[in-house]
Write a protein that binds this ligand. Structure first.
Ligand SMILES: Cc1cc2nc3c(=O)[nH]c(=O)nc-3n(C[C@H](O)[C@H](O)[C@H](O)COP(=O)(O)O)c2cc1C
Length: 483
């Protein structure tokens, strides 16, 4: 079922025993974040709805997507690969010539129409529209760690439009509150929101933004998804939920947002007004130090009468973002395979906070192919920010770090099989890079080496059990007295 709103999703979680309602009064200042972290660190815990928040009438929803099971419910999807497969299918679609062939295509064409956004004039999010009275102070924004610079909106979906092409983006970028009408927009330099902003900055103009807080789960997911350039993120959320999202015009900016959203903050980001943002306890487990970012000025708030404030907390892995990252990993594998068909599997272990390290298994067909795959992935969207790539053969289960380390230690020679590239783009959050946004990359080719790759020693064979002994032991297993 495609959820129309966050509220529908919350009700479903409740019925499925996947939601804990906390009625005890809690503070958005440090307390809520610590509860959310503890729940995530302690394993399979439910999502949590804080219904009694000090100084606020708005309940806070946390850890909403904090297990793979909840993400399967949220995106109505057992196998996350399907999301990428649907995009691949749509990109293959060509309109054939001939009336009969065109008629045969009609069901496929209507599929795209079904996924496209639908425009409506009213919706629950317009129940309350505040302009002059709009203030961030009306929201239960969390402070997460004592050393944070203040309160941060952490799960806002920032909508911008490419100033030249008009293609819409949705990005999850944290926002630090300065006062009732001003905040700081932490869109990192490599992200699309920042790129749209840079184009407007070149023309010395502010950029309009709308920040959605709480929407149907597919729209939330599209805010974190690194979709291919040029793909409208509202179309992507429609593809994800297999149904177009209902969109409505904002009240003070020329942007559209989901009509069923909980809260929408409207405003603009001014290129001539920057502030120091941070420190903020980040995905890496460290405080990201202060850096200058542009300010966001609030012009209006649209919201439901009784909205839910969706939030997330980050910190040393494994927290909620790890599960969301797992869905990105699974759903984008089909897109990687379009250009790199030798790739069998792809994994971003959560302990590597995603941009830190990725492992790829390939079916190797020619010498040096592991390096070709590394170079290709470092040239592909946000994978360009990944610090360490490890390439292994297809027989390695890349979701087991034991197997990956075994492959590295038995199939790679550090001098021959390690590639270092200096002065490359790196993730803004990398605590170890020599400069912010610039660092080195390491590629480890842990595939078995061939004679054609200069391996002149005799190639050692894998020591594995022969078929006859395997069958014999299989058949006598119970007889030995083992279960
Ligand atoms: C919980 C969470 C918080 C995030 N916070 C930020 C952030 O503050 N700034 C940022 O640039 N990216 C942040 N990201 C990553 C982006 O949302 C992600 O890269 C996304 O694909 C947006 O990139 P795009 O705008 O280029 O599509 C965050 C991701 C998650 C899951």
């Amino acid at each position: 079922m495609a959820f129309e709103s966050l509220g529908e999703y919350v009700e479903t979680l409740d019925r499925a025993g996947q939601l804990k309602r906390v009625k005890t009064k809690v503070s958005a200042n440090l307390e809520v974040a610590e509860i959310m972290r503890r729940l995530m660190y302690s394993g399979e815990q439910p999502a949590v709805l804080f219904e009694n928040v000090q100084d606020s009438t708005i309940p806070i929803l946390g850890n909403a997507f904090g297990t793979l099971k909840r993400l399967q419910i949220a995106l109505d999807c057992q196998n996350f690969n399907d999301i990428g497969e649907r995009i691949v299918e749509l990109t293959k679609m060509k309109i054939p010539s001939g009336i009969l062939n065109k008629l045969k295509m009609l069901p496929r064409l209507s599929e795209i129409a079904d996924y496209s956004p639908k425009y409506v004039d009213t919706g629950p999010v317009t129940q309350i529209i505040e302009k002059n009275s709009a203030s961030f102070n009306s929201l239960p924004v969390l402070k997460s760690f004592m050393g944070d610079a203040g309160k941060f909106i952490t799960f806002g979906l920032t909508v911008t439009k490419h100033p030249q092409t008009g293609v819409r983006n949705i990005g999850v970028y944290r926002i630090q509150i300065i006062d009732g009408r001003k905040a700081i927009m932490h869109w990192q330099i490599h992200k699309r929101g920042a790129q749209h902003y840079q184009i407007m900055k070149g023309a010395n103009k502010p950029i309009e933004v709308a920040v959605i807080i709480g929407a149907d789960p597919a729209t939330v997911f599209s805010g974190v998804a690194p979709v291919p350039e040029g793909l409208d993120k509202f179309l992507f959320s429609g593809i994800t939920r297999k149904k177009g999202t209902k969109l409505i015009k904002c009240s003070t900016v020329d942007l559209e947002v989901p009509a069923n959203a909980e809260i929408v903050l409207e405003g603009y980001v001014n290129p001539n007004d920057t502030c120091m943002e941070g420190p903020f306890g980040d995905h890496t487990g460290y405080y990201t130090p202060p850096e200058p970012y542009p300010t966001f000025t609030l012009t209006a708030i649209m919201r439901r009468k009784e909205p839910i404030y969706l939030t997330t907390v980050v910190g040393k892995p494994v927290l909620e973002d790890a599960y969301i990252g797992k869905v990105i990993e699974r759903s984008f594998l089909p897109l990687i395979k379009i250009f790199q068909p030798e790739v069998m599997d792809f994994a971003m272990p959560p302990c590597g906070w995603f941009q830190g390290l990725a492992v790829i298994s390939i079916r190797k067909q020619y010498p040096g192919q592991a390096k070709k795959v590394m170079m290709a992935l470092w040239g592909m969207g946000q994978l360009s920010l990944t610090k360490i790539l490890i390439v292994v053969d297809a027989d390695i289960n890349i979701h087991s770090l034991d197997e990956v380390l075994w492959a590295i230690t038995t199939r790679a020679d550090p001098k021959r099989d390690t590639m270092i590239i200096d002065n490359a783009p790196t993730d803004t959050l990398d605590p170890a890079s020599p400069l912010p946004n610039l660092g080195s990359k390491m590629g480890i080719d842990a595939t078995t080496k061939w004679k054609e790759e200069g391996f002149t020693r005799e190639i050692q064979q894998l020591a594995t059990v022969d078929d006859e002994t395997f069958e014999l032991v299989n058949n006598k297993w119970k007889e030995y007295g083992f279960l």
